[in-house]
Every structure is written in structure tokens, then in C-alpha cells.
Design a protein around this ligand. Sequence first.
Ligand code: SAM
Length: 355
Amino acid sequence: MYAIDLFAGCGGLSKGFMDAGFDVIAGIDNDSAALETFKLNHNGAAALNADLSKPETFDEIDRIAGSRHIDVIIAGPPCQGFSLTGPRNFDDKRNKLYLAVFEAVKRYKPQAFIIENVPGMATLYNGEIRGEILKRFKALGYNVECRILAAADYGVPQMRKRLIFMGIREDLGAPCFPAPQFAPENYRTCRDALSDLPGLTDTLGTEESEYTSAPKTEYQRLMRGGCSVLHNHTATNHTQMVKDTIALVPEGGNYRDLPKGVGESRRFHEAWTRYDGNKPSRTIDTGHRNHFHYEYNRVPTVRENARLQSFPDDFVFVGTRTQQYRQVGNAVPPLMGYHLGLAVKAVISKEDGDG
Ligand SMILES: C[S@@+](CC[C@H](N)C(=O)[O-])C[C@H]1O[C@@H](n2cnc3c(N)ncnc32)[C@H](O)[C@@H]1O
């Protein structure tokens, strides 16, 4: 089954769909570094650098698809700037990126689609945006449902929640979300994910490319696969002030654990958070300033964040380190994508899912 990935980024969602057996023929985005990463890791899929708010982008997609019918559309449109203000009109040009997803579904009539957004989208404008999206896809001939899913339920060692819309063409059936695979008491933890990776305490600022220990957990074995070279594992060389400050935060703590007068420059929400090794991590974000390793006095490396997002070790990120962190933080965890892919496949091919 052929799929295209709109707003693909580095392709976390489509990596999951590929692992579930879909042939991802193209990823479309306008961030060239993310697309370089996409291309390197997606088995010959086209990486199209284009603005999805422009109608001519769809002509390019037609050209890439050729005679192949697009069976599934997956999409992660950014929802910053969403608006129903003024005439409370969804067609407002500020929503143009979402409108591109309607356009794609209308044009290709796929058997199914998946759209991913931040959970806050569900309640924006008292749920009016969500309601409008459901209504519009219904009018295009789809059974659509949306749900907030927790990545940890699917084996991702991270407390990340995402709003997922699943649409199935009316003649094919109804959406069916993947059943959780892990109960909260068995969630994978930061330690499960990272304890085999070199701590880099003596090699700050240089890339470490060798594994120095065997995998210690089933998850580490899963992430390593047959990979023998460690990629994207470079520790940030923080200032002495940052190292001294984070050294005062216990495992699982944050800025509230600091003595008065210390770390005052960052005193908000998740500042100076040190992960708890025995729990899943907090939601990985696109920056690399506020979350620290459970054991070492530094932020996690790109590879450590990738592990917490369930990217396998042979998925290599390119671009500057800031771009790499952004690509990882923006992504749908591939393991979550995999279970979504299996669920979609089960409905449209009338197979049993993994639920
Ligand atoms: C949340 S990220 C998608 C992450 C992706 N689904 C994944 O799993 O890796 C949103 C993406 O939309 C892209 N984007 C933003 N505006 C765009 C536009 N006008 N045209 C194409 N892509 C755009 C950004 O570059 C970013 O990579």
C-alpha cells in the first residue's frame, strides 16, 4: 500500500508506517535539513522540498506518484497560529496548512488518513476547530474519529500525548485505534532506554561513535538492531554555571529543588528538569536546554532523545545539532506510528490488528 507523508519533517510517523508495511513514496516539507534526514532513512522515498500551502505542490506530488494510487495520507501539520477569530471562519488563511490536508484528501481520495497534532488542539476554541475538522472530512466521505493517545502505551519510554485523527473512507469501515500495549506500571523508563549508551563525561563536545557496553534491556536490543556504529551521540559542553546548577538537582527534580539564588535565570515550568531514570521521560521538545540526563550533568544527546522517541539507532540525523534536536523533538515516535500503521492496515485490508 502506498502512502505519502505531508509535513513529514524527518519522518518519524512515516518510519512507523514503513515498519508496518506501507510503501512511503514521498515526504513533503519545506525544511531542507529535515528532508535530508528523511531521505537518508526512508528507503528510496522521494523527499520533496515544497510549500504545502501552494496548490502547485500537489502537481509535483502527482508527478512523483505517477501511476501509483495513494492509499494512505499521513500528515503532521503545525498548528501554530490556528485561528477562528474575525468571522470565526476556518477558511481564514492562517489555517492554510490544515486546509492543505483537506485538499490532499479531496484530491487523492485515499482509503485512510492519519493526522497528528498537539493535544491542546482538541479544546482550542472550545473544541470548535476539532468539530470543524471532523465535519469537513465527513463531508468528503470519511468516517473520522479523533483521540488523544499516549506514546508510553505503545512502548515509547516517554510521556508524550498526541491528538490523532483517523479517517477511513466510508465504504471501507470505521476508524479503530490501536489498543495499548503497555500498562502504566510496565511503562519503559529512561534507564531502560539509555543505560547502555556511553555517559560521555570525559568527551564533552566530541562525537562518540562506539558502543562501550552490550545492550542491557530488551528495548536497547530493539533500538540497536544490527547497528554497530553509534551516531549523533555528542554531549553538549555546558558552561560551568550550568554544570554546577544541574548538579544540585536530584533525579526526578527540577528548578524547585535549587537553593535560593541559584539557577534564577530559568525559573519556569520545566526549567532544570532532571529526568527520573525509573520513569518514562517528559515530552521531548525541540530545544535542548531544560531537560537533563537522569545521571549526568548535561542535556541528553540527540541519540539519547532519539532513543526516548523510539527512533532506532540506525536512523541517522543530519544538519546542525540544533536542527537535529528539532527534527527529533517534532517527530511522532516511530513506535507509535507503527501501531497506528498496523491499525489502519487492519481496517482497510480487513486483517486482524495487534489490539
Ligand atoms: C510537527 S512537524 C512534523 C513531524 C513529522 N510528522 C514526524 O513525525 O517527524 C511539522 C513540519 O511541518 C513543516 N512545515 C511547516 N510549514 C510548512 C509548509 N508551508 N509547507 C511544508 N511543510 C511545512 C515543518 O518544517 C515541520 O517539519
